[in-house]
Write a protein that binds this ligand. Sequence first.
Ligand code: UTP
Length: 416
Amino acid sequence: MKNFEETIEKLKKYDQTHIIKIMEKLTEEEKETLANQIEKLDFENLKNLYNELTKEEVNSEKVIEPISALKKNKLTEEQLEEIDALGKNIIASNQFAVATMSGGQGTRLGYSKPKGTFKIDVEPEPKYLFEIVCDTLKRANKLFDVTIPWYIMTSEENNDEIIEFFEEHNYFDYPKKDVMFFKQGQMPLINEQGKLLISENKVIKEASDGNGGIFKSMSISGCLADMEKRGVKWVFIGSIDNVLLKMVDTTLIGLAEERGVDIATKSILKNNPYERVGVICKKDGQVGVIEYSELSKKLAEAVDEDGDLVYGESHIMCNLFSINILKKLAEITLPYHKAHKKNSYLNENGELVVPEEPNSYKFETFIFDSFNYVDDIAILRGTREIDFAPVKNKEGVDSPETAKELYNNYWRNNKE
Ligand code: UTP
């Protein structure tokens, strides 16, 4: 039988004694499960995150500089051909892989199953979001006579359901040996006093650690090693919910090769200076994404010689990473962003409390924070109607309805 002394010491040291009280009411088996979880948790990190939460935010003045995007129409036909040839060569020589992030909860869509299993009513027949991604890959495979390895990030919560879905649909005829699933990591939730929450299942309540968790989980799961074994040099990482996402873009890959950078991203130009989206720029010399709220009116309105917004390159989760930078990023912990949420929990008497107001913090890392770890990135300016049709909300903007329209319009004009 397990000795719980160490667990109790750890809980006392980190001021989590409420858990000791709950433990007293658990069966030996439940106690053991909880103790195993506690053993693995990084309490020091949680303590630091909590201390950060309570610190006053310092509004430091950052030096903001733009990073210009490549506009395809600024290139001559020969220049574009050269860049595309570099990209084609990478794909055709099996040095390219795709990862799809589908670990999100899709709360705004209000669909209880994994977002990728959502069916959208496009022409000529409705398709699942996973199927749309798969179709894009199949078209590229045919064009370049390869099979692009496809890595799918799931979460602890939706992993089994996603695998079952793929089995049920026979992997949409994608070669099964080239589809790899991996789970993203989790982070415990803490309440406003820095205490861990215990769930109804009598374990510490955890939630997905955000899409920035992809780097570590790719490594832990062995996917990164699998890529290396296959000789992959570039990995495209995209979201599951953009029905126009161009994952296999020869210009994006060629541009990264030509510029000698480790990260390339495709952006779209902001609709107007005040659109509430993050834009890619440099902050104190470091590449990053700046929130609309951090951008002064003057900078937001600045335009270049073409009349385009200087700070207008919005991040659309359309990113390409070299295998080398993925290996480095797997060793780094990206900064955590907090979200104040409602979460039920067991109190010291073992009773379930369902809060009516946000009572706890969830910690997430964001994929674009990885940009901070390189000196420069290449940005390719995409086009809204061609590259971006997100399914985020149940109704209104960025909903299945708007995505369907954009998808249908695109495919009426483009036959591949
Ligand atoms: P969003 O940040 O838009 O989140 O994800 P979401 O889960 O789709 O929707 P909401 O915010 O709950 O309504 C952008 C992409 O990142 C993935 C999502 O699956 C989507 O492809 N993601 C997000 C993860 O893979 N893991 C996460 O923890 C969060």
